[in-house]
Ligand binder design. Structure first.
Ligand code: BES
Ligand code: ZN
Length: 855
């Protein structure tokens, strides 16, 4: 049955301006306020005005109609709060005709811990317990704070006034217009905002400090944090200024506000939120401590800042009409963050990392039968939770990457400029972007993009030589070949090589005479969103090219990951992919090593066979030997970025394969360490994980103490990864006990659960803990984005059909609409893992045994 769309209130009343005053009380955990909404009643005459609200107490102060005769008061005789619709309905005695109205409402509510609407953040300063208050309105939580039309299309201007303790720092979207102090209270009035959607409104109050800088165009940029931590925001501030300068130029429109604040919050549900001019972050996503931050986290900070700043234009200035187009907002920002960071840090090789972090992640999610097309109808904003996923973000950015390549950099940028200019301060649908790009580039963008966004999955392209003929075909790739159907899905596949025609538009195409000599590599640069498998002869040529260093890193990476994934699915034998892996003995590129490490990891995890683990060790030790020697534990000061990123990967592989020198070094360093910064930031994680994997109760105690004493989010996550990596069942039980204790913040629960499931010794105990604490999880993080991912975390590390039964029995009676897809993906993943193990365990063992015999 088709789901019914939620009623759009914007179709009945279009707000133009809000005058909003709020007095929050952080101690009593309550708030009260008044909102004056001016706007147009549209559509048919009726006897009611309806606004969104949730869990508020609303009273009507006045309703006035403005027309030629002047201002007419409207009598409201009944106010109804419609709980199931999140609405408040004001019923009038007289008929209300279209026209301009001013509605004044008083409201009050309570502040609760779930991290949306208006919520508290807790932190300690010395021994003093302190609290901040912050808002998180995307997607539909503004209604929990004041009555409004809580839909992205209902753009209006806002005057915000907040009454707080006079000692508080108070921040909102625009600069402060006026601050008056009366006794212990301050009233802060902010400048009028531009025309904007209500989900982008925000404010933060409490004890915060900041540092500041200016862009070339004079925009004031500030980074805020709790006072002890503001020193860690220097890197983010520098990146923010450079990003704003870059986007001003790239988008051809100057940042539309006079100031831009970036605020780190000690409690935060997602990673960051692009509120216009008042951007909020998890501390982990904004802090860089030169002594303690690892390089991947430093990169992550730059990427999150670049992502949220891109939304200031793409999302805030031009906004999706409805949540169905959330993917475009997020997919685009997830693509352009690479462009901006690549511009600022050209030697970080961000576009190579794009392939591993975005495209490969998208393939993994999209290979499942239970994936979904990028474009899915969102009937109610509550459904967003289930599409806040790898498809919207990673596949979204990947198809934009492909489009960028298809149009060329200049056409793409010019089309984008045209789009932003044309739709500034308005709302759009995805098709409007395609149209703008088409107008500028004169290329058939709508036609090209249609199949990539409306079909689930992606193509597997097969290359075959038959005599002198070259045969290339496509069909949908399935994670588990057993799920393959003849669904006839076709995509316009850019072959990205020198073949003509350049697009494969049909299920197959035959070239009478192979037009290429020597090595044929399809999808050069891997910009096309598809995987490729080759016939034996072509594959041999490619493997030789890998050995000779004749392929670019991205192409080496593409060949290897396509081979492994095709083997895991059953399209080719796993032996073929392992044979090709032997050609990577001289590999030095970090991104290629990510693929190697990832695939060795999945052999270990999915096959989950102790003998196999042991048999793999000598092979892996040999594979990493050259790089281990080259990189060692420390590099030169001016070391290439990719070498610094690669070191922990190589040390990690050496550690899990029991390379004695590495294991001993980890143990010695941990023993000698008094405080975390005695260990270098980049290799600290390897050290913690190694001692945990081999460690006892005393090791656990030392790690737990470090965890509980740390107020660095990054340090905590590294420690969580170690604390959940023990073998001893007693220690595992203690680790699980932490999750609902005061030692763990609500925002960090999912790390503990996901990591515990990843530990093969702990996964069964974690499942028991998980099922026992399900109600607690639901109550405490049920409204978070990450909640709907829990069934996948649970399934991802199991490969047996017995567990499948337990998994089904547990979830079936507990399924809610937002869990359904993740649940089905979980079932499918377990089935696929079981099938792969049945098919290939013996062959994989034989491969590694043969290597042992040869050595
Ligand atoms: N707008 C999102 C956060 C969001 C999405 C909140 C949907 C509520 C509903 C923000 O721009 C975002 O994408 N944040 C990411 C970080 C980003 C660098 C990928 C996040 O929170 O993980
Ligand atoms: Zn985003």
């Amino acid at each position: 049955m088709a789901k019914k769309d939620v009623t759009r209130l914007f179709k009945q009343f279009a707000p133009e301006h809000y005058d909003l005053s709020i007095t929050p009380d952080a101690d009593k955990m309550t708030f009260a306020g008044q909102v004056v909404i001016t706007g147009q009643k549209v559509g048919r005459p009726s006897q009611r005005l309806t606004f969104h609200q949730k869990d508020l107490k609303v009273t009507v102060v006045s309703v006035v109609k403005h027309d030629k005769k002047g201002d007419q008061p409207v009598e409201i005789d009944r106010v109804n709060t419609q709980k199931s619709f999140d609405e408040v309905r004001l019923h009038s005695k007289s008929m209300l005709y279209p026209g301009t109205y001013t509605v004044t409402l008083a409201f009050s509510g309570t502040i609760t811990r779930p991290m949306n609407g208006l919520y508290p953040c807790f932190f300690k300063q010395g021994t003093k317990e302190k609290r901040l208050l912050a808002t998180q309105f995307e997607s539909h939580h503004a209604r929990e704070v004041f009555p409004c039309i809580d839909e992205p299309e209902a753009k209006a201007t806002f005057d915000v006034t907040l009454t707080t303790p006079a000692t508080d720092t108070v921040i909102s979207n625009t600069p402060v217009k006026k601050r008056t102090i009366k006794g212990k209270q301050a009233t802060t009035r902010f400048e009028t905002t531009p025309l904007m959607s209500v989900y982008l409104l925000a404010f933060v109050t409490g004890d915060l400090a900041h540092i500041n800088a200016k862009t070339k165009h004079g925009v004031e940029v500030r980074t805020y944090a709790t006072p002890d931590n503001v020193k860690f925001t220097e890197f983010a501030l520098e990146v923010a200024v450079k990003c704003l300068d870059f986007y001003n130029d790239y988008f051809g429109i100057n940042y539309p506000l006079p100031k831009c604040d970036l605020i780190a919050l000690p409690d935060f549900a997602a990673g960051a939120m692009e509120n216009w001019g008042c951007i909020t972050f998890r501390e982990h996503a904004l802090f860089v401590d030169p002594k303690n931050t690892s390089l991947p986290v430093k990169q992550y900070v730059a990427m999150v800042v670049a992502h949220e700043l891109a939304h200031q234009w793409f999302g805030n200035l031009v906004t999706m009409r409805w949540w169905t187009d959330l993917w475009l907002n997020e997919g685009f920002a997830s693509w352009i963050e690479y462009l901006a960071v690549d511009h600022i840090f050209p030697d970080w090789e961000m576009w190579t990392q794009f392939i591993t972090d975005e495209q490969q992640a998208a393939f993994r999610a999209d290979a499942l039968e239970n994936t979904h097309p990028i474009e899915v109808p969102v009937h109610h904003p509550a459904e967003i939770r289930s599409i806040f996923d790898a498809i919207s973000y990673h596949k979204g950015s990947s198809v934009i990457h492909m489009l960028h390549q298809y149009l060329g950099a200049d056409n793409f940028r010019d089309g984008l400029r045209h789009y932003l200019k044309q739709h500034a301060y308005k709302n759009t649908d995805t098709i409007d972007l395609w149209q703008a790009l088409e107008d500028i580039s004169k290329q058939p963008v709508k036609k090209f993009m249609h199949d990539w966004t409306s079909l689930p999955g992606f193509p597997l392209v097969k290359v075959n030589h038959n005599g002198r003929k070259l045969h290339i075909s496509q069909s949908r790739f399935y994670a588990n070949l057993a799920d393959q159907k003849d669904d006839g899905q076709l995509w316009p596949v850019p072959l990205n090589t020198n073949l003509k025609p350049a697009l494969l538009n049909a299920s197959s195409h035959v070239w009478d005479e192979s037009p290429t000599k020597g090595v044929l590599k399809i999808n050069q640069g891997n910009t096309g969103f598809y995987r490729t498998i080759y016939d034996d002869v072509s594959l041999n040529h490619l493997a030789t090219a890998v050995s000779n260093g004749a392929l670019e890193p991205i192409d080496r990476l593409g060949v290897l990951s396509d081979l492994f994934e095709a083997a895991k699915a059953g399209y080719i034998s796993v032996k073929a992919s392992l044979d090709v892996l032997s050609h990577y003995a001289h590999e030095t590129n970090n991104a290629v090593w990510d693929v190697i490490a990832g695939n060795l990891g999945s052999l270990r995890a999915i096959m989950d066979d102790e003998e196999l683990r042991d048999d793999m060790k000598p092979f892996v030790r040999r594979l990493v030997a050259a790089e281990l020697k080259r990189l060692g534990w420390e590099g030169p000061k001016d070391e290439p970025h990719f070498d610094s990123l690669l070191r922990p990967t190589i040390l990690g592989l050496a550690s899990v394969s029991d390379e004695p020198s590495v294991v001993k070094a980890c143990q010695d360093r941990f023993k000698a360490m008094k405080k975390p910064d005695d260990l270098p930031a980049d290799t600290r994680g390897v050290i913690y994980n190694t001692v945990a994997r081999l460690g006892d109760q005393a090791t656990f105690d030392k790690l737990l103490k470090l965890h509980n004493a740390s107020d660095s989010a990054e340090e905590r996550y590294q420690l969580v990864s170690a604390l959940t990596a023990f073998k001893d069942p007693n220690v595992i039980a203690q680790a699980l006990k932490q999750i609902d204790s005061k030692n763990v913040r609500l925002q960090d629960i999912t790390y503990w659960i996901a990591y515990s499931f990843m530990n093969r010794h702990a996964k069964v105990a974690t499942w028991q803990w998980f099922t026992k604490h399900w109600d607690w999880l639901k109550a405490n993080m049920g409204s978070d984005m990450s909640f709907s991912r829990l069934p996948m975390y649970a399934a991802g590390n199991f490969n047996d059909r017995d567990f499948l039964k337990k998994y089904k029995a547990f979830f079936k009676p507990r399924l809610t609409p937002d869990l359904e897809r993740a649940y089905k993906q979980g079932l499918e993943t377990i089935e696929w893992h079981a099938a792969w193990k049945d098919r290939d365990l013996v062959a994989v063992k034989n491969f590694f045994r043969a290597q042992l015999d040869n050595s």
